[in-house]
Design a protein around this ligand. Structure first.
Ligand code: MG
Length: 250
């Protein structure tokens, strides 16, 4: 099922998306899947980022071809960093290029949405903690990523975490195509089975180190083919079986 967060008449709500309409939940479906009985036409709603996490955990260097293109060594354990929740935007919202960077780049990533509190979770149990999946773009100021000692600033600017368009709850992440496009021209094309660390390994590893809360998201790393985005571009990130996340750049 496709679960969206949306605004309608100045209210933020959640619902199940079908072809032409949206079935509205009582509240946040991560807490309770109870429906309100209300149905809205898709044309009446504006999609928002599908989740509001307490933290965005990002896995770095999880595709060897990407690690090679940015001249980094593949790690023995998952490498993780964070983006602030203030960076999150939804489908259709503008990615704003900051004046501090001359080289802002896109990174299509498969995003895991956590459904319940996860601490010291085993690989075998990891799937029980997943609510669903969405598409993300780990927008990065590539010049600042390596001129700064840490990656924090280069990954954290406002609007640098587009996610959406919705959460897909019936999805097998093992062998799906990931791709990104700038103005319709393909920039990245890979498959999730090229990941170095799979999703159960990532959830287990992260949860041995920090507690994941319901609604937290994990961005699972970018494949190769990163490229610069510029003012006026339309960036589209697509994952087979989930959908397309499109954002203009300004
Ligand atoms: Mg990334």
């Amino acid at each position: 099922m496709r679960i969206a967060r949306f605004s309608h008449k100045n209210q933020t709500r959640f619902g199940i998306v079908s072809e032409s309409e949206i079935e509205v939940f009582q509240g946040d479906p991560i807490e309770s899947m109870e429906l309100s009985g209300e149905k809205l036409n898709l044309s009446e709603v504006k999609f928002l980022a599908p989740v509001t996490p307490s933290k965005v955990v990002c896995i770095g260097l999880n595709y060897s071809a990407h690690a090679a293109e940015i001249e980094q060594d593949v790690q023995k354990e998952p490498l993780f960093f964070f983006k602030p929740s203030s960076a999150i935007i939804g489908i259709g919202e503008e990615i704003v290029l900051p004046s501090q960077s001359q080289q802002v780049e896109l990174e299509v990533e498969l995003v895991v949405v956590i459904g319940k509190t996860a601490k010291n979770v085993s690989k075998e149990a990891a799937n029980d903690y997943i609510f669903g999946y969405t598409v993300g773009n780990d927008v990065t100021a590539r010049d600042l990523q390596f001129s700064d000692l840490q990656w924090a600033r280069s990954k954290a600017f406002d609007t640098f975490c587009p996610i959406g368009p919705w959460i897909e709850t019936e999805f097998s992440p093992e062998k799906v195509a990931l791709s990104s496009f700038v103005n319709g021209e393909k920039r990245q094309s890979s498959r999730s089975d090229d990941m170095i660390f799979d999703i159960p390994t990532i959830i287990s590893f992260v949860s041995q180190n920090i507690t994941l809360l319901p609604g937290d998201i994990i961005m699972t790393g970018s494949p190769a083919g990163i490229s610069k985005i510029s003012h006026g571009d339309l960036v589209e990130c697509e994952i087979e079986g989930i959908g397309v996340l499109a954002n203009p750049v300004t």
